[in-house]
Design a protein around this ligand. Structure first.
Ligand SMILES: Cc1ncc(COP(=O)(O)O)c(C=O)c1O
Length: 519
């Protein structure tokens, strides 16, 4: 995902890049920040500035291209369908070669998040399930009723795990393609509900700044005004700001359990009570924590209430393809009532192609992934999830202690297993670059500048936590000794985090997206 993330490796070292950035800063430094956003558009229309900007973009993009397209010279490239189909053995060999290049980094536990289980036996089992159901499409319910069975049970099991009981009434939901889709669906649902029931024409959603940017996507896609709320010193949503922001157009309040950047759990109880009092929807985004927190609580960790046990929580997202340990491509969105879920559906009664309905964004979908998700859940079982959670949280405790021992670093907040750390004395992006050279793929954060690692089962392997701490210690010592060292991605991340011209940063991201599809 080419968002402002990169897994630490989006930008390759690019000679002279710092100088280019400094020049850019020179151009804009005499504009008052408030004017910049307004002036940006007009600034780029000036030919001299436009030419200058294009040069800056080229330098930045050149570094990224080297990193994003490493196979150009070693593997055949196809920009059109070959005249005659290739030999299957040859294709399979290429697949294996590519996989072999990429596998060890995540398999050996060097990557933040990304692959959440990854044991060989488990992968083989899921692959077997995939191949058995590889042709299934849940859109064709008559041909593959098994897909509907798998999805109904995935939803029921997830709902039960997240507080559904005889006293909550029917907690229902759907399976989606990932956290982002679950969030998009929930926000569309609230928009349509508020329009139909309350006549809200200019919907607004109240979302802490730390909540995943999928909520911005929902706001853009569905024409909802985004009201971002600050977070407090503990990186949790600021309740008074939420209170102040509620108005008659508010359709939903959002909280994360936990948030992607800092792993902090918002004060869901207070926020959802507020929502209930004001008759507004409340969405807990448990994409990251949905399959960890219930088990952490059972293991005795201090987990505040965050799910359907709270009467004000009206919807949730929980990602089966993260700590549910399914293959990539599934998530669950849950609702407190069947009536609410109906606002999510799409139906068409007059299309010449026939009567049509689809519960989620896609039409045709991979039933194989639902089968894999179901198989992952029932094969893990409660005992498997408890054991996995225990191992991840114990590893997190070791790494937290290690970070606390390193001078120059501090942990952001008091997280359980998504550990963000920053520094007041050294450049943390340089630390990330050093770690990158040691194979580590960490996530750069901004506002405030920091780096995080989301721990998975890969990090619970023997020796990984210790190696992380040792490498981090060395990285800090190195950066402390060489604060002026040039190169790496640090200057670009530094620029992206602080550059007042946010349009420039967005333009760079659009150009990254273009790059992805460059042959
Ligand atoms: C809290 C949270 N919400 C939503 C998402 C989006 O999930 P996905 O990448 O599956 O779309 C993430 C992803 O990391 C997340 O951490």
């Amino acid at each position: 995902m080419v968002q402002y993330k990169s897994n630490g490796g989006l930008f390759g070292p690019s000679k002279g890049i710092e100088m280019e950035i400094q020049k850019l800063q020179e151009i804009i430094k005499w504009f008052p920040p408030k004017w910049l956003a307004f002036m940006e558009k007009y600034l780029y229309r000036m030919p001299s500035i436009k030419a200058k900007m294009e040069m800056e973009y080229d330098v930045i993009l050149q570094g990224a291209e080297e990193t994003l397209k490493p196979y150009r010279h070693e593997f055949p490239t196809y920009s059109q369908i070959p005249d005659i189909g290739l030999d299957r053995t040859e294709i399979l060999q290429q697949m294996v070669d590519l996989k072999d290049r990429e596998e060890s980094r995540w398999k050996d536990g060097y990557v933040s998040g990304a692959v959440y289980h990854g044991d060989n036996g488990f992968i083989d089992f899921l692959n077997q399930v995939y191949s058995i159901h590889s042709q299934a499409n849940p859109l064709h319910t008559d041909v593959w009723p098994s897909s509907s069975k798998f999805e109904a049970e995935i939803v029921a099991m997830t709902a039960r795990m997240l507080g559904a009981s005889e006293t909550t009434g029917t907690i229902c939901g759907t399976v989606s393609s990932g956290g982002t889709e679950s969030i998009l669906l929930a926000m569309k649902t609230y928009r349509d509900q508020a329009r139909e029931i309350r006549g809200v024409r200019h919907p607004e959603m109240i979302v802490p700044v730390s909540a995943h940017t999928a909520f911005d996507k929902a706001a853009q896609y569905f024409g909802i005004k985004m009201v971002r709320i600050p977070i407090d010193a503990g990186f949790r949503a600021d309740i008074p700001s939420v209170k102040r922001s509620i108005n008659r157009n508010t359709i939903v309040i959002v909280g994360s359990a936990p948030s992607f950047p800092h792993g902090a759990i918002d004060p869901i109880e207070e926020l959802s009570t507020l929502a209930l009092q004001r008759r507004i929807g409340f969405h807990t985004d448990a994409c990251l924590g949905g399959f960890i927190l219930p088990w952490a609580k059972k293991l005795g960790y201090p987990v505040p209430a965050f799910d359907f046990h709270l009467p004000g929580v009206t919807s949730m997202s929980a990602d089966t393809h993260k700590y549910g340990y399914a293959a990539k491509g599934t998530s669950v969105v849950l609702y407190r009532s069947v009536e609410l879920r109906r606002f999510q559906y799409f139906t068409a009664s007059d299309w010449p192609g026939g009567l049509y309905y689809s519960p989620t964004l896609a039409g045709s979908r991979p039933g194989s992934l639902s089968a894999v998700c179901w198989a992952a859940m029932v094969s893990m079982g409660e005992a498997g999830y408890l054991d996995a959670t225990r191992r991840i949280l114990e590893t997190a405790a070791t790494i937290k202690k290690g970070i606390a021992r390193i001078d120059d670093l501090f942990l952001l907040g008091d997280p359980l297993w998504v550990l963000a750390f920053g520094s007041d004395t050294i450049n943390i992006y340089q630390v990330m670059d050093f770690m990158q050279e040691r194979k580590w793929s960490l996530n750069p954060l901004q506002k405030p500048v920091a780096v995080h690692i989301a721990l998975t089962l890969r990090h619970t392997q023997a020796g990984v936590a210790e190696k992380f701490i040792n490498d981090l210690q060395e990285a800090v010592e190195h950066v402390r000794a060489h604060p002026q060292e040039k190169g790496g991605s640090a200057p670009i991340y530094g620029m992206a985090a602080t550059l007042p011209l946010r349009g420039v940063v967005r333009e760079i991201l659009r150009r990254f997206a273009d790059l992805l599809y460059k042959v």
